[in-house]
Design a protein around this ligand. Structure first.
Ligand SMILES: *[C@@H]1O[C@H](CO)[C@@H](O)[C@H](O)[C@H]1NC(C)=O
Ligand SMILES: *[C@@H]1O[C@H](CO)[C@@H](O)[C@H](O)[C@H]1NC(C)=O
Length: 735
């Protein structure tokens, strides 16, 4: 997590800090007790700079979690830290003499958490630079800093050391740690919370809801916790987790893969009436975030023009999805709290929810676009599908981009869990399936498991993790997937334009879909050019690496011959550095020349009526090439394309580029349009125009990519710090 990167802009740091203070979390939310091994556990202490000294003075040691209610790693970490707390809080020291001693008083060891988004400055004085960070304090001195999402074993190890030193001999030989999220230790029989009224499930859910509130009531926060409730319910149903002995010698239970592989399927028919259901903060959690039912929800404001414009499509979508997918809507005028929690970037914002996790819909707002997306989203309920060679082949005919996960009997539940979390982020982009079919192992030459690859046009590209952990880190996996999830020749559309164009040389075919034969043959030619280019890059890479290696061995030999020890050492220390950052990546795409006619004519001076063409676009430098070295137009043919790229990628380019320029008035036009629709207006027009210009210069495609949104940068709403505060409230509305 970057804490301050965005704040550097325009001295907005001060604003952000100011906003953060206004955004006090919902401390008055009812926080209920939880139960562990049947014993009552009070809610974990919430620390603030004001209470800090008093709290630290209450015990000798305090373990503190510094977190952000918006960061994905923090969501992942929440159940671990909570379970760790519950486990220790309810434990008793070893030895008959100590049997009646309470853990907290006996050791003077306490737990607490602090919201580092609200108390940024305070957290940084504690040395917390990223979230989550776990501190161990002795008195008010930090004695240990554990960064990131730490394993429960590692945390326990740290605690055990302290406890043993504090009261020697009071610790058991082995401790049986619970799996994060469970409400009992492995050696303890499952006890449903000893409370009279509700059934087990309800209690768990309630606890979860209460905890979600503790973490400042962000819907996304309920994610892991909601899952947790699922796990505990499952456990309650009698699926005995098996145990493994981890390196530290602690017993850690492992859920069976079947428990994690299949999300619970709802039996309720979704969207019975074919209508979009208005949701209030009262029922949002019960109907959406605490269920496994998928929901497609728009957050809107009645006064926003873009919201009004898309309203008919939304009604139609709800009809189309009758009986298949829940469609909902939240009126942010009526539900400011809910919208604030959702951290919207503007109106309308459309989010897809499932099992407490969410992903933002970033496509166009036509009915067809919605339906296309939701059709794919519906599949999610089934989890990652298992395929064999035959079914995979059939899928390849339908999908341009397929991620394939190879597993075997030794693949752990942790690995599966990581994979099961991916599909939501892939909706509308690509499909992921898993396999243990030897025929597919053979086809893709898989000899170690688990492995992940992407298959585009039959061409595999492998994910190469350096450690087993990187195979389970959802964020790393997603980052890699994002780098390869476009087809080899994607169609350039408003929603993917930036992703395709930014930072790359793009061979862009300007094609005419109406001329079917010409279109197919042009795409075929481009594909073969792309494949050839990719092959050449791989070969070049290997060749260069080989040359560097040869040069190194020559130097070593030479030094050995001369007996020069110093030269030998330095030769051996030569690193084969294949840093290719200086070279620009070349990718391929095509664009519908008829649909984008105006844009193409003004940007490149090309009219599709004159035939299909190819240009090579260099977005970062606002330049492009449309001619081969002989001065002819580049056409969609393998040779024309390959010849030209070779010349263009030469340094310096052997063909002169042309510049793309747009008129300056357009900047102001765009700012005006985006700002009347934009809830951040009260921040002041100066800031707004500065931002507008900044983002204009960052990429001309920016505003074209989203109808009516004004984006403040990719990090907003994805766990980044609030730059301008929440979009609703604070009198920030206009119109
Ligand atoms: C569907 O419509 C009926 C009749 O209008 C109504 O009673 C029912 O509550 C609706 N169901 C849902 C899930 O909104
Ligand atoms: C592959 O899976 C399909 C559907 O699950 C099944 O019908 C088929 O028999 C399988 N093929 C092989 C070779 O196992």
């Amino acid at each position: 997590m970057r804490l301050f990167s965005l704040s550097l802009l325009l001295g907005a740091a001060a604003l952000a800090a100011g906003q953060a203070l206004i955004e006090e979390p919902d401390e008055d939310a009812v926080r209920e007790n939880t139960y562990f091994n049947g014993k009552k556990v009070p809610p974990m202490t919430i620390l603030t700079p004001l209470t800090w000294d008093d709290e630290m003075a209450k015990g000798k040691y305090t373990m503190v979690k510094g977190y952000s209610p918006y960061c994905p790693h923090c969501f992942d970490y929440a159940p671990t830290f909570q379970t760790l707390y519950e486990y220790y809080y309810t434990s008793t020291p070893a030895g008959a003499a100590n049997a009646n001693k309470e853990f907290t008083d006996f050791y003077g060891f306490r737990f607490g958490m602090i919201n580092c988004v609200v108390y940024q400055d305070f957290c940084s004085t504690l040395g917390i630079k990223s979230w989550p960070t776990t501190l161990l304090l002795k008195g008010d001195k930090v004695v240990e800093t554990l960064k990131g999402n730490k394993d429960i074993n590692l945390l326990a190890e740290t605690i055990e050391k302290i406890l043993d030193a504090e009261k020697p001999g009071s610790r058991p030989q082995t401790i049986q740690l619970p799996l994060p999220g469970l409400n009992h230790s492995p050696d303890h029989p499952e006890i449903l919370p000893a409370k009279p009224k509700p059934t087990g499930t309800e209690t768990v859910k309630k606890t979860v809801a209460a905890e979600a509130k503790t973490a400042t009531s962000v819907p996304a926060t309920t994610k892991v916790l909601a899952k947790t409730s699922e796990t505990s319910t499952k456990a309650a149903e009698g699926e005995k987790p098996t145990s493994t002995l981890n390196p530290a010698g602690y017993l850690v239970p492992v859920p069976s893969p079947s428990a994690v592989g299949k999300p619970a399927k709802s039996t309720v028919t979704p969207n019975i009436n074919g209508t979009s259901i208005p949701l209030t903060s009262m029922d949002f959690q019960n109907r959406v975030t605490l269920t496994q039912d998928p929901w497609f929800i728009k957050f809107y404001a009645p006064w926003c023009h873009h919201c009004q414009a898309m309203a008919p499509n939304w009604v139609q979508l709800a009809k189309e999805m009758k009986g298949r997918l829940n469609i909902g809507e939240v009126n942010c005028e009526a539900e400011p709290r809910l919208c604030k929690d959702a951290r919207l970037r503007g109106y309308p914002t459309i989010l897809f929810f499932r099992g407490g996790e969410r992903v933002e819909y970033e496509g166009l707002r036509g009915l067809g676009d919605f339906v296309h997306y939701t059709e794919k989203a519906i599949d999610l309920g089934a989890g990652v599908q298992d395929v064999n060679a035959t079914t995979f082949k059939a899928l390849e005919d339908k999908e341009d981009v397929l991620f394939l996960y190879f597993y075997d009997v030794a693949t752990t539940s942790e690995d599966f869990m990581a994979i099961e979390r991916l599909p939501l982020s892939l909706v509308g982009r690509a499909k992921i399936v898993k396999t243990q079919d030897p025929a597919l192992f053979e086809r893709f030459k898989i000899t170690t498991w688990p492995r992940l690859l992407v298959c585009r046009e039959g061409r595999p590209t492998y994910y190469n993790p350096l450690t087993p952990r990187e195979m389970r880190d959802t964020r790393l996996l997603l980052n890699w997937m994002k780098s390869v999830w476009l087809p080899i020749i994607p169609e350039l559309t408003a929603s993917n334009a930036r992703e395709i164009m930014d930072g790359k040389l793009v061979v862009l075919g300007i094609l005419n879909r109406q001329d079917e034969d010409g279109f197919l043959s042009a795409k075929r030619e481009m594909k073969s050019a792309a494949n050839e280019w990719m092959d050449k890059q791989i070969q070049l890479f290997q060749l260069e690496r080989q040359e560097l290696r040869n040069a190194k061995s020559l130097r070593i030999e030479e030094a050995e011959d001369k007996g020069d020890q110093r030269a030998l050492r330095s030769a051996k220390n030569i690193r084969i550095n294949m840093d290719r950052a200086d070279r620009k990546e070349v990718t391929f795409a095509w664009v519908d020349g008829a649909f984008w006619q105006r844009w193409i004519r003004t940007t490149y001076g090309i009219d599709i009526k004159d035939g299909e063409r190819v240009i090579v676009n260099d977005e970062d430098n606002r330049r492009y090439w449309d001619q081969t070295s002989t001065g002819n137009a580049i056409v969609p043919s393998r040779t024309s394309i390959l010849e030209t790229i070779n010349k263009i990628t030469a340094s310096p380019p052997k063909i002169k580029p042309k510049l793309t320029i747009s008129s300056f008035e357009k900047i102001f036009f765009d700012i005006r349009v985006t700002f009347t629709e934009h809830p951040y207006l009260s921040m002041g027009c100066i800031l707004g125009i500065a931002f507008g210009c900044a983002s204009w210069f960052r990429g001309r495609m920016l505003r074209r990519t989203r109808g009516g949104h004004f984006r403040l940068g990719e990090d907003m709403g994805k766990g980044g710090p609030p730059l301008l505060g929440a979009p609703s409230g604070n009198g920030a509305k206009t119109d």
